[in-house]
Ligand binder design. Sequence first.
Ligand code: DAH
Length: 338
Amino acid sequence: MSARLEKLASEALGELSGASSIDAVLQLKTRYLGRKGEVTALLKELGSLSPEERKKAGEAINTVKASLEEAFDEKAAALEAGGRAARLQKERIDITLPGRSVRPGRMHPVTQVMEEIEEIFSGLGFDVAEGPEVELDYYNFEALNLPKDHPARDMQDTFYVSDEVLLRTHTSPVQIRVMEKERPPLRVIAPGTVYRRDSDITHTPMFHQVEGFMVDKGVTFSNLKGVLTHFLHSLFGDKTDIRFRTSFFPFTEPSAEVDIRCVICGGSGCRVCKGSGWIEILGAGMIRPEVFKFVKYDPEEFTGFAFGIGIERIAMLKYGMDDIRMLFENDLRFLRQF
Ligand code: DAH
């Protein structure tokens, strides 16, 4: 009996030292000391011993039982304490660390310029209109006095979706869409995305324009000059020199391109203005009677002017950028400067 007891005790202690979780300890405790446990089984055998032996063996078993119990409980307590310490260590929060700052998002420079332009024109009573980027040939070309075989279609390398459907090459089709639905007097700007098959340091296949037009009885070229001069002075400063140059667009006559004195070199000539001292900023003109006929306006009754502005161009000048592609690479180091 005492040999078996000793063996049992040393087995139990051996297994206990290998136990690595509280669950494992509790299982061992049940196995050795539980009601059907091995130590309990020894106690049950006592009945078959003589009274002397029984007393001796009983004391021995109870001593072992008590010491095992203590060992199990100690181990369980140690594991519990260790577990808590490990958890606390793992969940430790260093409240002395500085907080992580959240960087607020900001408007893309193209959006900023667009909004600034919208603001200037709403100050003059212009409404904002929008049109589809996937456009019909009819609105992008035909109704702007650019029939299918018109050589000026080559001025704009077009992405075609099908014979009659394309990605709009300019925001001018919005003129037609608005005039189709509404009658003069009209003062409208139409900002938006346009597409052309073109890519180098001053061209991207996708870029932005703001179209503008005004139609009413008696609108003249001086109105055009007045509105655009006010606009460019608001955008680049009152002192900015402006010049109107004759030009050609199929949907306007007379047509003009408008230049501002180079904001980079002040007019002495640099790389940006290619030595001329002037930078072209927009196209404009008086809307042709042919265009009015498409939208059923009587050209004898109404006249109007229109203009188209490239946004990226203006953003580049305002912020002194020399490569348009920077605007669309989404490099945060670049974008965060604006
Ligand atoms: N749509 C022209 C372009 O993309 C710009 C333009 C020129 C618009 C003259 C106009 C205009 O409304 O009158 O090059």
